[in-house]
Write a protein that binds this ligand. Structure first.
Ligand SMILES: [Zn+2]
Length: 255
């Protein structure tokens, strides 16, 4: 049974029956060091969503995969060519329209599968809470199985185009990865002590923070590591989707 809305006809949507859960993957368009494509977050989160929904539907879930939003919040990457940015307020407007569309189809369980660190949806969930019948469930997918990441990655530093993310890409879309082009992902230290120690937060301008937009050394990445991390995360996401699909939303939900 098909579950990817962009590839379904009206007949297939009708044959699917009652939809319990919709999954909305949300990516970004930004450089990732010299070796990964601009769409890395988008391509990764879409495939994570697809694998998770497939596993969930095979276990009896009634889960539809919505189209991936390919642009995220990236004002901190301006200065690199062709960075595309949605302001957070734009994201909120898009999210509201998606929710309104789901309400029209009497679908009240929405899972946002986030693929980009700059996309921060919690504030939006608080903004929309109580104003819609749609429940929003937020997953930053890379946080789902940190235990596996800690076990398989040799270089645990970094957060962008690093060993972890490059391994995902080598597993999911190896034809777009050029690992031999990568720099070592070294970053510059800020002047102020509080920022260096991590307890003062700022929006980091990545043209000054990084050399070529990468943070973390990707050289030890490989597809086997990517496979272990991704299969582990998608197993867990799929189990949640099945559980969510089967649960009834009443006035006491989720207790
Ligand atoms: Zn990324």
């Amino acid at each position: 049974m098909k579950f990817k809305l962009t590839e379904m006809t009206l007949k297939e949507v009708r044959d699917f029956g009652k939809v319990e859960v919709c999954v909305l993957p949300w990516g970004s368009c930004e450089p990732h060091n010299l070796h990964l494509p601009y769409g890395t977050d988008t391509l990764t989160v879409e495939k994570i969503a697809e694998i998770s929904c497939k596993k969930a539907n095979e276990k009896g879930g009634k889960v539809i995969l919505l189209p991936t939003i390919p642009v995220g919040v990236n004002s901190n990457h301006f200065g690199f060519p062709l960075v595309l940015n949605f302001s957070p307020t734009t994201q909120l407007t898009i999210l509201k329209d998606i929710i309104y569309s789901l309400e029209k189809s009497q679908i009240y369980k929405l899972v946002i599968l986030n693929g980009h660190g700059g996309n921060e949806f919690k504030t939006f969930c608080r903004e929309l809470f109580g104003k819609t019948r749609v429940y929003i469930f937020l997953i930053d997918w890379w946080n789902v199985r940190r235990d596996i990441v800690e076990r398989v990655c040799e270089d645990k530093t970094g957060e962008h185009g690093h060993e972890e993310e490059t391994s995902w890409a080598l597993y999911l879309f190896p034809e777009l990865v050029h690992l031999d082009w990568a720099d070592e992902g070294k970053v510059n230290e800020p002047k102020l002590k509080g920022i260096k120690e991590g307890w003062v937060w700022i929006v980091r301008p990545w043209t000054l923070f990084t050399i070529n937009s990468g943070y973390g050394n990707p050289k030890k990445a490989n597809s086997e590591k990517g496979k272990v991390m991704i299969e582990g995360a998608t197993d867990k996401i799929a189990d949640f989707l099945v559980e969510l699909s089967n649960v009834e939303i009443d006035e006491k939900f989720p207790y």
